[in-house]
Design a binder for this molecule. Sequence first.
Ligand code: UDP
Ligand code: MN
Length: 255
Amino acid sequence: TLPTIYAVTPTYTRPAQKAELTRLSHLFMLLPHLHWIIVEDANATSPLVTGLLERAGLEKRSTQLNIKTPPEFKLQGKDPNWIKPRGVEQRNLALTWLRNNVDTDRHSIVFFMDDDNSYSTELFAEMSKIERGRVGVWPVGLVGGLMVERPYLSEDQKQVIGFNAAWRPERPFPIDMAAFAISMDLFIRNPQALFSYEVQRGYQESEILRHLTTREKLQPLANACRDVLVWHTRTEKTKLTAEEALLKQGKRSDG
Ligand code: UDP
Ligand code: MN
């Protein structure tokens, strides 16, 4: 039987949220061995997320959590989005939940799954191959100023020997959050592994991975890291000038 994949998704209220989460929920409908941990960046869970999980029939294999990013770390309206780390608090809450709730006698996998990327179902078939005690890696499309960021492999294709990253290639693990998934037992064996606000831009992946693995121990997947099965797409900020004019008249298009 396939290991359960715990997909951890931080999410926050904005006009495109329902569209993003609907796409993900329909992907989950195709993948029965996934468990979705959706962590809202809010003081309470929302009916929007609860309703979405219900409509997709995911009540029994999802967990709805919430924790608000402290205001000093929250992005302000016009801030470029790289100025502060995003999803730190939410991913850490999910890790606490996992450490307390997962039956570690059974092999399972943890994947940090942002809500706006594009994922192929084939990616999850690859993740299922991750061995106990290991971190699986694969290419990610449309990230770091490249069409594809990917690991370089040894001649026998069993080991990662480098990365093609152009952006901050000096990072210990110069890869995107979507480029790896982790055997759950590593989080139990390394209780200090957490995300942090105290890291430079682009170092969140290295921050978590340095506690869990080394480059040499990474498990290459996706056809020896040749296939691209996930893309770091980003949704443009929704323009709502006409909606704002309506709101001033006490009306709304979605009311
Ligand atoms: N996120 C969040 N709160 C925020 C901003 C982002 O929970 O204030 C979530 C977001 O929904 C996504 C993840 O954190 O799942 C990464 O954010 P984003 O996609 O904006 O980051 P980027 O793609 O720019 O790295
Ligand atoms: Mn994103």
